[in-house]
Write a protein that binds this ligand. Structure first.
Ligand SMILES: C[S@@+](CC[C@H](N)C(=O)[O-])C[C@H]1O[C@@H](n2cnc3c(N)ncnc32)[C@H](O)[C@@H]1O
Length: 199
């Protein structure tokens, strides 16, 4: 009897591909080649997908991850958004993410080995970041966020104290935060979404 092949859940393939990449790297947390104390640790994907769903973000939007690492966020984002860009300066992470992209067959993701601090982010509808570097982090991210065009959504995975200083309340409105009940399951209380309301 022929058993029809079942569609494979894209997240299962993504998770196993990323796990193999992590094994090839041989480490999960490390200082990267990015300046200003670049540091790698991968995010969990479910708070991102939960935020996208709760905010009803249209699938024809474009998305950028500022410091994309192996793609823990870029790949899940690409299951929803039409175009995803991952900026990653570290050579090993950049090549591993690109290898994963080819293995998974995602044509709607572009990994760029570029410094996002110098990139024009005005074309993106949604921006994500998870503390990419440590030195002058709040000051530099504050300036970068001020460049975004009104209407841009930013999903930030950083502690409250830093977010309060990065997002100027005169130009950003917080529109979502993972609630306490969900946060108990992880450190997701740090995921908050902001809307740029002014230039
Ligand atoms: C904490 S990791 C987050 C990885 C991924 N966004 C995630 O959430 O799974 C931050 C990454 O940002 C990269 N990075 C730091 N500064 C950067 C810069 N100015 N331009 C591009 N990448 C940068 C680091 O090399 C590191 O891999």
């Amino acid at each position: 009897m022929n058993i029809p092949s079942m569609p494979i859940c894209p997240m299962r393939s993504i998770i196993s591909t990323l796990q193999r990449a992590e094994q090839r790297l041989g480490k999960r947390y490390f200082a990267t080649e990015a300046p200003l104390g670049g540091a790698y640790i991968g995010s969990q994907y479910w708070p991102l997908l939960y935020t996208i769903e709760r905010l009803n973000m249209p699938s024809d939007w474009s998305f950028a991850d500022l410091g994309s690492g192996l793609g823990n966020i870029a790949f899940p984002a690409a299951t929803h958004f039409k175009a995803v860009v991952g900026f990653e300066l570290d050579t090993a992470l950049f090549h591993e993410a690109e290898r994963c992209r080819q293995e998974l067959g995602f044509a709607n993701i572009q990994f760029r080995q570029d410094d996002f601090l110098y990139a024009d982010l005005s074309d993106f509808n949604v921006i994500f970041f998870f503390k990419p570097f440590v030195l002058r982090f709040v000051e530099l991210m504050h300036h970068k966020m001020q460049e975004l065009r009104p209407g841009t959504r930013v999903i930030a995975n950083t502690i409250n104290y830093e977010r309060a200083r990065i997002f100027d309340p005169r130009s950003f409105e917080q529109i979502f935060e993972i609630d306490d009940q969900l946060a108990l399951r992880s450190d997701a209380e740090r995921y908050a979404t902001y809307l740029k309301v002014d230039s």
